[in-house]
Design a protein around this ligand. Sequence first.
Ligand code: ME8
Length: 535
Amino acid sequence: MEIPTKSPLSGNTLAIVSNHFYITTPIYYVNDKPHLGTAYTMVIADAFARWHRIIGDEVFFLTGTDEHGQKIATAAAEKSLSPQAWVDEASRWFADAWSVLNISNDAFIRTTEARHHESVRRFMQAVYDSGYIYKANYEGWYCVACEAYYLEDELGEGRVCPQHKKPAEWMVEENYFFALSKFEEKLLKLYADNPDSIAPLSRYNEIVSQLRQGLMDISITRTSIDWGVKVPWDEKHVFYVWCDALVNYLTAIGYATEEDKVSVWWPNVHHVVGKDIIKFHCIWWPALCMAAGLEPPGHILAHGWLLVSGEKMSKSRLNQIEAASYAERVGVEALRYHFLREITLGADADFSEEGLTARYNSDLANNLGNLLSRVSTLVASKYSGTIPAESICDQGCAMKQSVVTMAKEAVVAWNNFSPDQALLITWNLIREANAFLETNEPWKMQPGDKLSHILSDALEVLQIVAVLAYPAIPDTAQEIWRRIGMDTGVETSLSDVKAINAVFGNGGEAIYQPEAYGLAGNTIIAGEPLFPRRK
Ligand code: ME8
């Protein structure tokens, strides 16, 4: 596979050739309100979607809800509601929570939509027609919360599910099976040829080692429930919820409705998932795609778990923190920033409000807040609020060199799906700019070449920071953009390659051409502190 050629910002080691960027999250079971764990997935995917929009890619960002299966039918019955009435209500909780978290998804799919039923039936019929599906009896231990069978030795004492700590049930069913075992070699070859297709490397290794241990065929239909998509060749059966759910990624790009659109987005997709569901995404899903005559998905990004005192936060435990009301209380931007800056993608992380507040105070209130307020105050007091034209840059200006280097490193980090690194570097840039002001003490200077030069440098840093921080804290980035007198949207202002080139530079020089920025002559807008300090 090839390195992309499109963007001067490249540095991307991934095999994404086109400038179409398709990113997905898991679709969530609607058995309870979204908690911070699911919000974490959403914020990661949102940041990447926003980054790719800002560098000019055409983005399709998909999320949604997984509304079939035993678990949902049981949740509805407990509330004395029909499954449909229940999912209509519960699905809205997710859409509403994501809007509170400022998630910029382009589409929200629900598996109960007619187009999705059509898509699953068509997809699975293709798998059936290619001879990979057969009928047999299935007996085994089944965890309803996982919607998955377990081997006896995978269960804990009392035959409890290792994930949900609830007893598994013995199930006997006549099922259709998918011949997953026939895909062992194909999948091993796929991953040998595409080592970047699963990130991080630890998950890649885990999947390869599972493949080497051998695959068993999987049961893909149920007769015990009817809340699902009917099997087209035998309508007594409904599809097992995972086969139904995975196909959402194709439904949303027109698999059953606008087939010519599918190849625009497929297979260059980025599936952001929690590490709990990589088997389904890295083994089942590519095998099913191949069996249906499609390319397997291009990239699976597995993040770790959000923990509370060392335990996974989850719907089936009492440790969950409801996402939307919590975000409203601690601040959406603070929460988004904390998730992305604090947690290395792939690692588990204990979530605590003390950690969030500490980051908020040091990074947002102090570093970023200080830089903006210092620069704004200086422009207001020394130049009556109008940004002065920049004088010619002296050779060897230390801050300018490091700005170029750091901005490029942050770009590479975003391109390489490393938000914590991108933000670490961006905040180093902010620290550097604050230190630069402290060293030069512009507040003691009179207007003139030196002062205008220093202020222009600091303003340029703010402008670059607005772009680099935008995926994490979009509203704040836009507010900085506005306060330095830009009347465009921070997101759209960079969406052509020429503009990106001008800001981040190819050789580094273009970064300081004032006309590329259009800052000189802008009026600085005064305002409240971006992030008041917290106790
Ligand atoms: O698995 N930390 O849905 P689900 C981090 N419907 N992420 C967490 C988390 C935690 N503590 N808890 C949940 C399903 N998540 C299926 C998916 S996709 C075709 C079908 C996130 O509601 C994480 O992304 O159980 C995990 O993979 C997902 O929620 C599981 O959500």
